[in-house]
Write a protein that binds this ligand. Structure first.
Ligand SMILES: [Zn+2]
Length: 78
């Protein structure tokens, strides 16, 4: 069976859950660890920040509720 990677941590898990993103109107495959930590994929935070403004993703950026390199203010501006 094809292994799906968690959209957030990019790890291959035996079980992934489909979760509605709290930032974008899309569904995400997330592992339980990421769900428990209320993480969103880094790219979702970026896209949402660009579409809706940095205020919209402020909490995610400040509390670093994503995995990966730090999101800078410049990245949220296009
Ligand atoms: Zn994960």
């Amino acid at each position: 069976m094809e292994k799906i990677l968690c959209y957030s941590c990019n790890k291959s898990k035996n079980k992934l859950n489909v979760r509605k993103s709290s930032l974008l109107p899309i569904n995400l495959f997330l592992c339980q660890t990421c769900i428990d930590q209320k993480l969103e994929p880094r790219w979702v935070v970026l896209i949402s920040g660009r579409q809706n403004g940095h205020e919209h993703v402020k909490e995610f950026v400040q509390k670093k509720r994503y995995i990966g390199v730090e999101i800078t203010a410049a990245e949220l501006l296009v």
